[in-house]
Structures are given as C-alpha cells and as structure tokens.
Write a protein that binds this ligand. Structure first.
Ligand SMILES: [Zn+2]
Length: 268
C-alpha cells in the first residue's frame, strides 16, 4: 500500500513523524507522499522526505493559503530535488469564502504559469489537485493550461458521480480518502464505482478524515489508508490484495516512483 497524500508537516503529525512513519511501514505501507500547502511548507516537506526512505513530497500552494505571501523560488528549489514528485496541492475551494474566490483563481493561474516555466526548464511533474465544489471552474482552467490531462489527480474526491464523469472525460485521475467510507457520503461511493482501474488512487489526507471504522480516532495517520483501500475493493467487487497491487502500480506510474518491496507475508 501507499498513502499518496498526507501532511506529515502539519500539527499534530509534525511532532511525531518518526513514530508515524515506523507505524505505517509496520502496517505494510510501501511508501508515502507528504503534500505541501505553502512555499515554506514545500521546503519543510522536502526536508522530511530527505530523512526517510520511501517518503516523497510535493511542492506548491494550497488554495486556502492563497492569501499568504508566496515565494516561488522556494517552491522551485524544493521541486528540483528528486524526492519531490508532484506539484501541489493546488486548485480551488468553494466550500469556504476565504480566501475570496478571485484571489484563489489568481494564485492558481500564477501557479500554473510558474509550473509551465519550470517544465520548460526540465522540472516536469504531475499535479495534485485540491477541488472542493469547483469541478467546472477547475476543468475550464486546466483545459486552457498546456499540461496533459492525464498528469492531474483530483485528490480527496468528494463529488457526485456526474463530477467523476466530468473529471474522467477531461482525462484526469481520481484519488479517494476516508470520506468514501463515511455513511453520509453515498454519492462519493457511487462515484468510486465509475473510476477505471487505471485511474484510481488512495490516500489518507492525514491528519484529516480518518476512515471508517476508525473515524473517531484523531488525528488520521498514513497507516489507516488500508481501511479506505479495503472499503474501495469491496465496493468495486475486487479482491483486496489485487486492489492494493493495482493502486500501488498506479501510484508508481503516476508519480514516477518505486515503492519499497512488500514485506514477506503480504500480497498473497
Ligand atoms: Zn491535502
């Protein structure tokens, strides 16, 4: 298993990263990606990734941090390292009205232009998308950007089956958190049945969104990704180990990484 999206630099996880990473490895995880939310956090995420095997990071600015000062040079220098395997998370969040939508859009456009410049300089990576109630706006913006649609993953999918179809028709990938396991998120589960095997990934978004049956446990940790994978496998009528293998291979292909070997006794 891999947790393709967690935030090990956020409190309270940041105080306990060695223990969290050890527990995740003991639970059978073969890798984790800690995702950045600001330019400073891009540097912190890289520093942490450099300390651990099979921990990777991203570099970018989250839409809910759009109104903080951004130092693109810090994002770029983090991205230049081989442990940094994605841009983001970037996107739009219409669930909250702060930062204002216009500010989120302007930072998103600035960020996509920045990424284009980096790609021209040979720093090429896939893009982790934060999308909350913003599918139409984001797909319009991405359709005008110069990147291959198959290089976007819409992380923490919380939309409807129609939203999933929209992302898939665009050509993007979809990644699920513990939200899909929640009893009040039936539409997300319906959407998860539509995603083809070659475009699905799993994640925790820890410290947030602990999956059922552990939902009451706070904070969430990468080791709990297994519960989301198990739920999705059952939902999709897929053998659990087969599903883990599919999502691991997808993550390797999408992010260009090689996961740690499976521990003996796993995967059979
Ligand atoms: Zn996140």
């Amino acid at each position: 298993m891999i947790d393709t999206h967690c935030h090990l630099t956020l409190s309270p996880l940041s105080k306990d990263t060695d223990r969290i990473i050890t527990d995740a490895r003991n639970a059978g995880l073969r890798g984790m990606i800690t995702v950045a939310t600001t330019s400073d956090d891009s540097q912190r995420s890289l520093a942490l990734a450099q300390q651990h095997d099979h921990l990777w990071c991203s570099a970018g600015v989250h839409p809910l941090y759009s109104d903080e000062p951004i130092q693109w040079d810090l994002v770029k220098s983090a991205a230049q390292h081989e442990k940094c395997v994605a841009w983001g998370e970037l996107g739009l969040d219409n669930h909250y009205d702060h930062p204002p939508h216009a500010k989120q859009v302007s930072v998103l456009e600035e960020q996509l232009a920045f990424i284009q410049t980096c790609h021209e300089e040979g720093i090429e990576k896939p893009i982790i998308v934060h999308c909350r109630d913003s599918f139409d706006d984001l797909i319009d913006i991405f359709s005008c950007a110069p990147f291959d649609p198959s290089r976007y993953v819409f992380h923490c999918f919380t939309g409807t089956p129609d939203d999933a179809r929209h992302v898939l028709d665009f050509g993007g990938w979809i990644s699920f958190t513990g939200v899909v396991t929640f009893k009040n998120a039936r539409e997300v589960a319906e959407a998860a049945k539509l995603v083809p095997d070659d475009r699905i990934m799993v994640e925790t978004d820890a410290p947030f969104l602990t999956p059922e049956p552990l939902r009451k446990i706070r904070p969430n940790e990468p080791q709990y990704v297994i519960h989301t994978a198990r739920f999705l496998a059952q939902l999709r009528g897929c053998d659990e180990h087969k599903f883990e293998q599919i999502t691991d291979e997808n993550a390797e292909r999408f992010f260009g990484i090689t996961l740690a070997p499976m521990k003996s006794g796993e995967g059979n």
